[in-house]
Design a protein around this ligand. Structure first.
Ligand code: SF4
Length: 480
């Protein structure tokens, strides 16, 4: 198994009690210590090395997932069709060791009868089955609390990559790679069940689309790289419908809605629903808290995957968090965006303390964008106290490991060495745009690799269902 890419969302996977180990060289494991009282895979020790025992374990894993939605007769029929055996209706898998199976993507052009019947992705199960039957792979059971029970030898542990939260897991397959996206937590994993899959350079279609729905904003920030103003126009609702159709065709997992100020769009909630109803998770970033006082606030929260409050140097975190608490907004959906270069060293330290104090934990740090008004501000006298964040940022982050802090491509590109030094895994660091994501400006009807590379934008036809796809196909990935 190869893991190419991982993006942690609002939650991370926890370890499994059962260990799935792949051995590179010959090994002498045989089935051992399997209890005879049915398919009970709990805290007992066991070793599953033979094809038949691993098949029964997989049947039990599928049973755990399918019984949530079907009666046992239907579950038995589905598993018999997939594996040739029935599961043990009385058996179980320890809840910390259950694997997730992605829901089949509703695809109008390649309907697979298996997917329609069982709801889970048939091809994913078939790939996983082939992988598990590999004679190098062994499954170990045991109780973490007993000494010597955990497997602790040579071999690659793959159990954590098979374990996903079951609810709302969807997947796309590209070549021999699987891209798994959790629509609730936002976690994304890219894995292949092959030992030597082809190198994955660029996604076949975007996984994420950054979409601007308005040029309007009344804040007038002097560092605004979009140069948004009170005179800015909103995107037309019809155009958003057409764009959502095109993104749905491309099996885009999620959109990050921005502006300008997206919540100022008169059809903001409708826009969130258009994407949600297209099977795409909409999140948004905002510099406003007035939408929290809107009567439709809870509908907005329920419809979106997450939302981010962009903190400029004039903004008050306390106002934002007070509004969240006052309106009973779940804090795990709230992110804080901090555009670096707009805040001094001391204010940044204080902000991190405040984020923790107010019960928030998700922070995204954005590199400074040298376009729009952002380009003009950089040249002004006195700005030097904000901009040299590279000199102090890594030092501060090292001391604040409790917060869930992530970075955009611009910041990673500027600080890759420093981020590596403080232990940021390589697979979390992306420095290319147009690789797995693209930007759509729904106001000017232009598309490009990112929102901060205006020279690379190209016009698209909103009525042509293949327009975005053909631009994506011809687009090069670019470093920032
Ligand atoms: S940076 Fe954000 S909040 Fe500030 S003017 Fe631009 S869009 Fe508005």
């Amino acid at each position: 198994m190869k893991i190419d890419n991982l993006r942690l969302g609002f939650a991370t996977n926890s370890s499994s009690k059962h260990s799935v180990i792949i051995f590179q060289d010959g090994h002498d494991h045989k089935d051992d210590l399997i209890e005879t009282r049915g398919e009970m895979y709990g805290w007992e020790k066991f070793v599953l090395a033979g094809k038949e025992s691993k098949k029964r374990y997989l049947a039990q894993q599928l049973n755990e997932t399918l019984k949530e939605n079907f009666n046992q007769n239907v579950v038995d029929a589905i598993i018999k069709d997939l594996l040739g055996i029935k599961p043990d209706a009385q058996g179980y898998i320890d809840h910390q060791s259950r694997w997730g199976f992605p829901t089949a993507w509703p695809d109008n052009t390649q309907l697979n009868p298996h997917n329609i019947i069982c709801g889970i992705d048939h091809e994913y199960v078939m790939d996983m089955k082939k992988y598990l039957y590999d004679s190098r792979l062994v499954i170990f059971g045991g109780n973490d609390n007993e000494e010597g029970s955990k497997y602790d030898g040579p071999g690659e542990r793959v159990s954590d990559w098979l374990k996903h939260e079951q609810d709302d897991l969807v997947a796309r397959k590209e070549g021999s790679w699987w891209i798994l996206f959790n629509q609730v937590s936002g976690a994304k994993t890219v894995l292949s069940f092959k030992d030597n899959p082809e190198k994955r350079i660029r996604a076949e279609t975007p996984e994420l689309v950054d979409i601007s729905i308005t040029d309007y904003c009344n804040k007038g920030c002097d560092y605004c790289y979009k140069s948004s103003t009170k005179q800015g126009e909103h995107a037309k609702l019809d155009d958003i419908y057409y764009i959502a159709e095109q993104l749905k065709d491309m099996k885009v997992f999620e959109v990050a809605i921005g502006g300008g100020e997206p919540t100022a769009h008169p059809d903001f909630l409708k826009i969130l629903k258009i994407f949600r109803n297209s099977g795409i998770v909409p999140s948004f970033s905002t510099g406003s808290i007035s939408w929290l006082r809107d009567s439709r606030c809870m509908e907005i929260i329920d419809t979106c995957g997450a939302f981010a409050y962009s903190m400029g140097r004039k903004d008050k975190l306390q106002q934002f968090t007070t509004a969240l608490v006052y309106h009973y907004i779940p804090l795990n959906k709230a992110y804080v965006h901090i555009p670096m270069g707009t805040i001094t060293n001391n204010s940044f330290k204080q902000l991190l303390l405040d984020v923790e104090r107010f019960g928030l934990s998700n922070i995204v740090l954005l590199g400074y964008k040298r376009v729009g008004r952002g380009a003009q501000l950089l040249n002004r006298v006195g700005y030097k106290e904000y901009y040299p964040y590279k000199d102090w940022l890594a030092k501060i982050l090292r001391k604040n490991s409790r917060l869930n802090i992530s970075f955009d491509t611009v910041l990673i590109s500027e600080m890759q060495k420093d981020l590596t030094k403080i232990g940021t895994p390589r697979m979390l660091m992306h420095t290319m745009e147009g690789e797995t994501s693209m930007y759509v400006d729904a106001v000017s009807l232009q598309v490009g690799p990112s929102s901060f590379q205006p020279d690379l934008l190209k016009p698209f036809q909103q009525h042509d269902r293949n327009s975005l796809r053909s631009i994506w196909d011809s687009m090069d990935r670019v470093s920032v």
